[in-house]
Write a protein that binds this ligand. Structure first.
Ligand SMILES: [Zn+2]
Length: 137
């Protein structure tokens, strides 16, 4: 990953402090208070689509970093934050399943694409429920 990290607070949307407060609230709600999670504001610099978030996680150490775009958010920051938190929560399971799948299929196989699609659908669905929004995509 080659993202540029900004040291300054972003100047639109929530401040880094507000984001960190929101992170604490959601870590608590998701029973993830034993995780050491930090937020980084980055420039994803992707031309193919607008990425609003990503994460890095070390399951054994229970340490993770949530990456949020410095650019104006397309949706909203709370959605992205909860979405990435759920990815972290599911990461152990996700990694295991993906490895098993990659024993048989290529990373650019249809099966792997389908796996990623299903993972994103699940994370999206759960995020909508947690944010008490209807799920009508
Ligand atoms: Zn996702």
């Amino acid at each position: 990953m080659k993202d540029t990290e900004f040291d300054v607070n972003k100047n639109n949307g929530l401040t880094k402090k507000e984001l960190e407060k929101l992170l604490n609230v959601w870590q608590d709600r998701l029973r993830m208070s034993d995780w050491n999670i930090s937020i980084s504001i980055v420039n994803f610099g992707r031309k193919d689509y607008k990425q609003s978030g990503d994460f890095e996680a070390d399951v054994l150490a229970k340490k993770a970093k949530i990456l949020l775009t410095a650019k104006p958010f397309r949706g909203d920051e709370e959605y992205t934050l909860v979405h990435e938190l759920l990815h972290i929560l599911l990461y152990d399971y996700d990694k295991f399943s993906e490895e098993v799948l990659l024993d048989r299929f290529d990373v650019d196989s249809k099966q792997h694409d389908k796996y990623m699609e299903k993972l994103e659908e699940t994370v999206h669905h759960l995020t909508e429920i947690l944010l008490s929004r209807g799920c009508n995509h």
